[in-house]
Design a protein around this ligand. Structure first.
Ligand SMILES: [Zn+2]
Length: 266
């Protein structure tokens, strides 16, 4: 009672201790019963940091910069590979039909080829930067598991791609019809798997920004990009163009969401 007016009870009692079940974000220790301004008895992290929630703003600036850098490398590598892989042949064909010297057309092809190769090398490097561990977490989380499997999908894809570039066929002349048929679907399965893992990981990072729009976009694209990268390839090859565009737009949305966090002073 204050001045004859009844105040409704607040949702949370004005207590200085944690009255609900709450695990320390850094180490997982139960913080119930501890003061809000205390330090976690297990790892020494401030309880207030867990109360703020699992947000990137509470992680070291170096980690946020790493995420931003990773997203930028993937974006530029992907964009470069797409432009060169699609634009290169068009320029070469146009050049040949216009009667340009063979040496000039050949030079263009060489530059485009090396450009694609550079982008293809930069792409997995970008993913390794983006999937680096958060140093402010001591326990393994859903994010860490997603990061690990995204990395595995990138490595397997890179190995498969390199072997193909080198013209190596692991099972040439040693397979029967059924195995050969199953193996012919292997690249599709790899593409689908990576698409799913990549979009899943981005949605988890976006949740920590927090950016619900990018998070939801990536969650939806787990299905759409995976479908375009697999079944979409049979639709007159539309998937070859649709899958990377939809994929890269998600990476670009994440890059934009991470930018203010990476450029923040603290
Ligand atoms: Zn702790």
């Amino acid at each position: 009672m204050l001045g004859g007016v009844d105040f409704p009870p607040a949702d949370e009692p004005p207590t200085t201790t944690i009255t609900r079940d709450l695990s320390c974000l850094r180490c997982g220790y139960s913080l119930r019963g501890l003061a809000r301004d205390a330090l976690c008895p297990e790892c020494g992290d401030p309880v207030s940091r867990t109360l703020v929630g699992d947000v990137l703003a509470a992680t070291p600036l170096a980690y946020r910069r790493r995420l931003y850098r990773g997203a930028r490398v993937i974006w530029w590598a992907g964009l470069g590979a797409m432009i060169l892989a699609m634009g290169g042949p068009i320029v070469i064909i146009a050049g040949a039909s216009q009667g340009l010297p063979d040496q000039l057309v050949g030079g263009c092809a060489l530059v485009a080829g090396f450009g694609v190769l550079g982008a293809v090398v930069a792409f997995p490097i970008g993913w390794f930067i983006l999937t680096g561990p958060d140093p402010s977490r001591l326990t393994r989380t859903t994010l860490d598991r997603a990061a690990l499997w995204t990395r595995v999908s990138v490595i397997v894809g890179a190995v498969w791609f390199s072997l193909n570039i080198a013209g190596v066929s692991l099972l040439a002349g040693r397979t029967t019809g059924i195995i050969e048929l199953a193996l012919s679907f292997l690249p599709l399965m790899l593409l689908g798997w990576h698409s799913w893992m990549a979009m899943h990981y981005v949605s988890l990072v976006a949740a920590r920004v927090p950016d619900p729009r990018v998070q939801q976009l990536a969650r939806t694209r787990r299905i759409t990009v995976t479908l375009w990268a697999t079944l979409g390839l049979f639709l007159c090859g539309v998937g070859v163009i649709a899958a990377p565009i939809l994929y890269l737009l998600v990476i670009d949305a994440l890059r934009a969401a991470l930018k203010p966090l990476a450029l923040a002073e603290r």
